[in-house]
Design a protein around this ligand. Structure first.
Ligand SMILES: Nc1ncnc2c1ncn2[C@@H]1O[C@H](COP(=O)(O)OP(=O)(O)OP(=O)(O)O)[C@@H](O)[C@H]1O
Ligand SMILES: [Mg+2]
Length: 390
């Protein structure tokens, strides 16, 4: 597994779950408190983990469930758990299938309706002596594809019969609050207080995270604190640990390519450029069409200037809409999308100096080359168009 500067490159892979999570004590503690009754066999729990990209939601849920199951086993109870990525399986049937596969890996992957699959899943849970925790990762994809009824079904399972009572818990994960997407009847089982927020990591926190990861993945002597500091600094604009880890990996690969035995700052800079295109793609993948059009309008304006005004973006947005045969949204909705994009760290809004409060806003994009953004968004819009026509 060792090669060049790497001791073990697999420790940088996206699905590696570290033994120890850093700077997530508060979220961990909240999960522990909420799941205390579950591990005692007391009742079911439904929680929602929310936070922007790379804030450790998936990794925390995996580590947490692993420990929950481990502790239960030690005290003679059983907790099964499985995680489904709903973006990869954005229909009810394929999500159910993945859950059933946990109990029966040989279950045929076609030929059953959602209703039948629900029954099969229910039977499996009934047969189990212990509790089942289902983690629905990137669950907003399920809502967007109109399959929110599945969440409703799962959250109501424990109430269906005595054989299911206290047997199913749900952990939903999303980059944004999904309560608006849940209908009221499902909401009653999802207390609004059962939300665990994952904030963006600070530079110092990112430094600690990649420093721990570098120790596992890189040979000592192949990097120093300056390198880690530079990576943490770049990634702190997003507060995104995945970006930081990817940059560490890419920097190491670049050092290997030039047969170096140490990662240099130039490797990090080159890695930054290479990682951007990829990361931007991930970031924009979850946006709706309106948001993509607004982002495209902004990115075009920002190709040759640092800042632009909201009113200019709105003008450019109307032109972009025309090009893409789409009816532009009214101002209020347009602006709420702009705020949403800013919430996701894709745009940055600042009040213009000297303007009446709230009247003129300046917009910029944080550090992503505008050209890269234009290309990515145009590609996505064109793909979306093709899909629709089919
Ligand atoms: N607190 C942490 N300690 C150690 N590693 C972490 C921590 N937080 C995140 N990571 C690592 O950073 C990467 C991204 O984390 P993760 O996949 O959990 O993010 P996420 O919040 O699920 O992002 P997304 O919304 O894009 O799915 C993973 O490789 C993970 O192992
Ligand atoms: Mg995730």
């Amino acid at each position: 597994m060792a090669s060049g500067v790497f001791r073990d490159i697999s420790k940088l892979s996206f699905d590696y779950v570290p033994e120890k999570l850093l700077h997530r004590e508060e979220q961990w503690r909240r999960l522990e408190v909420m799941f205390e009754p579950v591990s005692q066999g007391g009742y079911s729990q439904n929680v929602l983990l929310v936070g922007s990209i790379g804030t450790g939601k998936t990794v925390t849920s995996k580590r947490f469930c692993t420990e929950l199951a481990f502790k239960a086993r030690k005290s003679g109870r059983s907790i099964d758990w499985t995680i489904v990525n709903c973006r990869q399986r954005n229909s009810e049937a394929s999500t159910l299938l993945k859950m059933i596969n946990y109990f029966d890996p040989n279950f045929p992957d076609r030929g059953f309706s959602s209703q039948e699959l629900r029954k099969v899943l229910r039977k499996h849970i009934e047969k189990r002596a212990g509790h089942c925790v289902f983690v629905l990762d990137e669950v907003d994809a399920l809502f967007r594809s109109g399959a929110s009824d599945l969440v409703y079904f799962l959250s109501r399972l424990p109430e269906e019969s005595d054989t299911l009572k206290n047997k199913v818990s749900l952990i939903l994960i999303s980059q944004r609050h999904v309560f608006d997407m849940l209908d009221m009847s499902a909401l009653s089982t999802f207390k609004r207080t059962n939300v665990v927020e994952f904030g963006k990591y600070t530079k110092e926190q990112l430094f600690d995270i990649i420093s721990a990861r570098a120790e596992l993945a890189l040979l000592s002597g192949s990097y120093d604190d300056d390198i880690l500091d530079l990576i943490a600094d770049i990634a702190s604009e997003w507060g995104d640990a995945r970006f930081a880890i990817e940059m560490l990996e890419k920097s190491g690969m670049l050092a290997n390519e030039r047969m170096g035995d140490r990662i240099g700052t130039e490797d990090v800079r080159a890695a930054k450029a290479a990682t951007y295109a990829f990361v931007t793609e991930e970031r924009v993948a979850g946006l709706n069409r309106d948001q993509l059009l607004i982002l495209l309008a902004t990115a075009r304006l920002l190709r040759n200037r640092a800042y632009t005004e909201t009113s200019e973006v709105e003008k450019s947005y109307r032109i972009v809409c025309e090009e893409h045969d789409t009816k532009p949204r009214a101002h209020t909705q347009f602006y709420s999308h702009v705020k949403e994009l800013s919430g996701q760290g894709l745009l940055d809004i600042k009040a213009k100096k000297g303007s009446v409060a709230g009247m003129t806003n300046m917009i910029t994009m944080l550090d992503v080359p505008a050209d890269v953004m234009v290309q990515q968004v145009e590609r996505l819009l064109n793909e979306g168009g093709k899909k629709k026509k089919r």
